[in-house]
Ligand binder design. Structure first.
Ligand SMILES: CC(C)(COP(=O)(O)OP(=O)(O)OC[C@H]1O[C@@H](n2cnc3c(N)ncnc32)[C@H](O)[C@@H]1OP(=O)(O)O)[C@@H](O)C(=O)NCCC(=O)NCCS
Length: 165
């Protein structure tokens, strides 16, 4: 039974594909961010990122359910400024984590950064977020510094992580 579930999960992950993060996804983005403990920055801000500011870009992984509708299962938001790629957000729905979707998003993010002439990628991560730390280490990031009291709710320091692109 367990292996049947695993096979079904793997099949679902294999059906995911990457596409641009669109305004129409915002309704599903808010609950996704809540589930992975990220902070939704509000429809107006995302509208600015996606439509008005060319320095921001997004992508998403989508599952095609039986009805053929797009269903958001993961996303990243990043920006390229002065040769630096900053990963602002990255999240994958808990049920579909550890199936390579985060890696597909990270690879797409990196490729977009390189296309935009970035030579370095950096990000902040809560010091307690072991899962994300392991993920970023697996992707070649190292610790570059600390930001004290960087996060609220709860207040916590951040590691700054970086890698060369
Ligand atoms: C971090 C996150 C995006 C990773 O997504 P994912 O789809 O699970 O990642 P992948 O399946 O591509 O994992 C790639 C590698 O990262 C490492 N990794 C990922 N999750 C891990 C975990 N829970 N424990 C240890 N290592 C982990 C492993 O080396 C893994 O390779 P493996 O499965 O072959 O061992 C996901 O855990 C997530 O959404 N977390 C909540 C939101 C978050 O914390 N975002 C980052 C904020 S800065």
């Amino acid at each position: 039974m367990l292996s049947e579930t695993k096979a079904a999960d793997a099949e679902e992950a294999a059906r995911c594909y990457l596409a641009r993060l669109e305004l129409e996804d915002l309704a599903s983005l808010e609950p996704l961010e809540e589930r992975v403990h990220l902070t939704f920055w509000g429809v107006d801000n995302y509208r600015k990122f996606l439509e008005d500011l060319p320095g921001y870009f997004g992508a998403k992984a989508v599952v095609l359910p039986d009805g053929g509708e797009r269903h958001l299962v993961g996303f990243y938001l990043a920006r390229a400024v002065d040769g630096d790629l900053e990963v602002l957000k990255l999240g994958v729905l808990p049920d579909l984590q550890r199936k390579g979707i985060g890696t597909r998003l990270m690879d797409a993010c990196r490729a977009e950064g390189v296309r935009r002439g970035c030579s370095r990628c950096f990000l902040e991560v809560r010091k307690s977020n072991q899962r994300a730390l392991q993920f970023y280490r697996a992707h070649g990031f190292g610790i570059a510094g600390t930001r004290v009291n960087y996060y609220t709710n709860p207040v916590e320091d951040a590691w700054v992580m970086e890698k060369k692109l």
